[in-house]
Design a protein around this ligand. Structure first.
Ligand SMILES: [Ca+2]
Ligand SMILES: [Ca+2]
Length: 228
């Protein structure tokens, strides 16, 4: 009986070890981008979601959000890594396509590395079915961090309404940001998303089996005590 209890406890401990109390969030990479307004601008819009310029890479659907977002900066270098809207544009709109990978429950967070020289003054974020579709307003009138000119910059992180995915449209205004506003346009360093992992069915099965074994062992012990 002791060995049954031991096995049951071990099974529960093993399963519990792979089920954190809080669902583990992982990074999610957009798969496409379309410039709706303010383009073509300068640089490739692809460089704002392909991880170009980030101090560390991530694997979509795998890399844990923390400590990744707390430590990963974006370079201030433009040619490789950033996009600027047309000169003289105080507004611009870009749509990103992103989907929760198979093992991720949904997308419930948006990340923006706000380019430090021009950047974005204010933005709204919309969710829709196609590029440019302003279906559901997720974030309104947001003023992202006005990063200082020069040093690599961190991401701003925003919780958003959970969705499996689709097209996320960034409507930018009041560009450039005040400090220093060295080029008259909107500019993006990088965008990304994140969401919680779905617990593996195998993990749940192991947990349930473990608790079941423990229950059986305890019942047997009680029955043995009652007989004694
Ligand atoms: Ca970039
Ligand atoms: Ca700035």
């Amino acid at each position: 009986m002791r060995s049954t209890l031991f096995l049951a406890a071990a099974a529960v401990a093993m399963a519990a070890g792979s089920v954190p109390a809080v669902a583990k969030d992982v990074m999610i990479q957009p798969t496409d981008a379309v410039i709706i307004a303010g383009g073509p601008g300068f640089g490739s819009i692809v460089n704002t979601y392909n991880q170009a310029g980030l101090s560390a890479g991530y694997v979509s659907g795998v890399t844990p959000t923390m400590p990744y977002l707390a430590t990963t900066t974006h370079t201030n270098a433009f040619p490789c890594c950033e996009w600027f809207s047309e000169s003289g544009s105080t507004t611009a709109t870009v749509s990103y396509e992103a989907w929760a990978p198979k093992k991720v429950k949904w997308i419930d967070s948006f990340e923006l590395w706000n380019e430090e020289s021009s950047g974005i003054g204010v933005f709204d974020l919309w969710h829709g079915a196609f590029a440019g579709d302003l279906g559901t307003l997720l974030l309104a009138g947001i003023s992202p961090t006005d990063n200082p000119l020069g040093p690599p910059y961190l991401a701003d992180v925003y919780s958003i309404m959970p969705k499996k995915g689709g097209w996320y449209t960034l409507v930018m205004s009041k560009c450039p940001q005040p400090v220093p506003g060295s080029f008259p346009s909107c500019a993006i360093g990088e965008v990304a998303f994140n969401g919680p992992l779905v617990p593996e069915p195998g993990t749940w099965a192991m947990l349930i089996a473990g608790f079941g074994l423990m229950g059986t062992a305890l019942r047997r012990r009680r029955a043995a005590l009652a007989r004694a």
